[in-house]
Design a protein around this ligand. Sequence first.
Ligand SMILES: C[S@@+](CC[C@H](N)C(=O)[O-])C[C@H]1O[C@@H](n2cnc3c(N)ncnc32)[C@H](O)[C@@H]1O
Length: 378
Amino acid sequence: MYCAEFAAGRCRSCTEIEQDYSLQLQHKQQQWLSLLAPFAPEQVLAPYPSAESAFRTKAKMVVSGCSEHPVLGLLLNTGEAVDLTSCLLYPAAFAPAFALVQQFIQRARLQPYQVAERKGELKFILLSQSSSSGRFMLRFVLRSQNHLAAIRKHLPWLQQQWPELELCSVNLQPVAMAQLEGETEILLTENSYLAERLNQVPLYLTPQSFFQTNPAVAAALYQTAVDWTADLSLHSVWDLFCGVGGFGLHLASSRPGIQLTGIEISAAAIASARKAAAELALEQPDFMALDADAFALAQQQAPDLLLVNPPRRGLGSVLCNQLLKLAPEYVLYSSCNPQSLARDLTNLTADYQLVKAQLFDMFPHSQHAEVLVLLRKK
Ligand SMILES: C[S@@+](CC[C@H](N)C(=O)[O-])C[C@H]1O[C@@H](n2cnc3c(N)ncnc32)[C@H](O)[C@@H]1O
């Protein structure tokens, strides 16, 4: 796919964008197959493809320039600002939304943060869209509360121009470092959730909780988890690193009566998962805001299916060893880092057989991949 910013060397995020998409997929699949080979999988399925453009429903834009001429995009080491408001990864509704945000910055006279001088207030804007409703969540990442009153004052204007704006908040990131967001979030609208719906399962996104960036591929991933486990005899499932509940809610809503336990470190994400579980009228779901290792280490009895979807670092040896000790009949492992998954599989395949594996192309044009594997106790 042709991208003018990539061709000009100004944006290098999509390192593979100039390669034909079918070749990108072939390439990822080959790498995936070579990582899996030592574990002798019984079945490896064809990769699940993504749309080539307009698939990414979350944008993280550095704000630079000045309040009269704000630039949304990225900042090069040279100090040059790159405008990414027409980036092809975003759905069509993002470009007019970015234009409104730029007008808002001008009206409210928000001063973009100047990295070199450590002056200014507005560092980033984070924009997410619900793929089911088309509605938006907008977050301003600020250095301090100095611009908060101006944002509050002009927000009614923005809401009037932009009826699809469901939720708006301010995140405070006072530290001058690369970390995108800080701990304090100030909600500016009545609504505290952005409602998403994948495969008819409600999911509630909140400002600080994780959500997949490619909802079409995420829907396929969740559905595959349901399909691969449909024939298994399951009474209990743990969903570790459950986020707002995508995997667990899909499994439990497709199998009435199943005992679901969801564990996640973010209390906001757990509140979302509980809200969705109540809407689905699930019987006895148990979503708890806890560290996954601490939870697993405190358990004596395994569920029938243990589902894990850890961050890029993977499970690590403590959780892998506890998993081997608990010995659930089945493990379903979804990973956004095939390398750390392979490390964990080295541990887990001592007692588990790798039954199925599939790559989901959540991040086209990059070298990243989401992968799903099903393991059965030997
Ligand atoms: C890759 S995301 C998966 C989220 C979810 N399964 C989904 O499909 O959206 C990893 C999740 O692990 C959570 N997390 C990170 N460290 C954790 C820990 N020590 N214990 C429990 N959850 C953790 C993050 O907050 C994040 O929601």
